[in-house]
Design a binder for this molecule. Structure first.
Ligand SMILES: [Fe+2]
Ligand SMILES: [Fe+2]
Length: 170
């Protein structure tokens, strides 16, 4: 759970990561709503929104994976106690990226996209749960608040850089 924070203190990296997980989970729910469409109109609306939502999910998820890999994991890897956790996190990121790329293949029928998204959602839920219960709690235990806040700043700077690179590429 995110920790209570005074409004003036800079963001703790762990709180920012929790917020990212919540945002990505919401994107997943939006992209893959539960249940079947109740009418043809609803079905057409769902299909036409699927690709747009999938691309929003992609942007949000890729930014999150990138900042963890470029800010959080390298910092944590300096400590022996984190190494096994970080190795597993990198493996799970590879699986998530592969799942995302599968779903984004051009010409993929919607029902296949949905199946791939279900599998991506299951993988991500497992990954987020692992990070929150193991990695984030270890960060809070071992890294002082001032350093977590410094990491939080770096995380936001790196996220902006990532968005700039994306804009240039797009
Ligand atoms: Fe991660
Ligand atoms: Fe994460």
């Amino acid at each position: 759970m995110p920790e209570a924070n005074s409004p003036k203190s800079p963001p703790d990296v762990v709180d920012l990561l929790y917020r990212d997980h919540e945002r990505i989970t919401l994107h997943l729910i939006e992209t893959l709503p539960e249940g079947e469409p109740q009418s043809d109109l609803e079905r057409v609306a769902m299909e036409s929104e699927l690709l747009e939502r999938l691309h929003n999910l992609k942007d949000e998820l890729e930014a999150h994976l990138y900042i963890e890999e470029h800010v959080v994991y390298p910092f944590c890897s300096k400590f022996d106690s984190f190494r096994t956790l970080i190795t597993r996190c990198h493996e799970e990121h590879r699986t998530a990226r592969a799942g995302l790329m599968d779903a984004l293949q051009p010409g993929m029928p919607d029902d296949r996209i949905r199946k791939m998204l279900q599998s991506l959602r299951a993988d991500l839920e497992k990954h987020f749960k692992f990070e929150e219960s193991e990695l984030f709690s270890l960060i809070r235990k071992q890294i002082p608040r001032s350093e977590r806040e410094e990491l939080g700043k770096q995380l936001e700077i790196t996220r902006l850089e990532w968005r700039r690179v994306l804009k240039k590429a797009g």
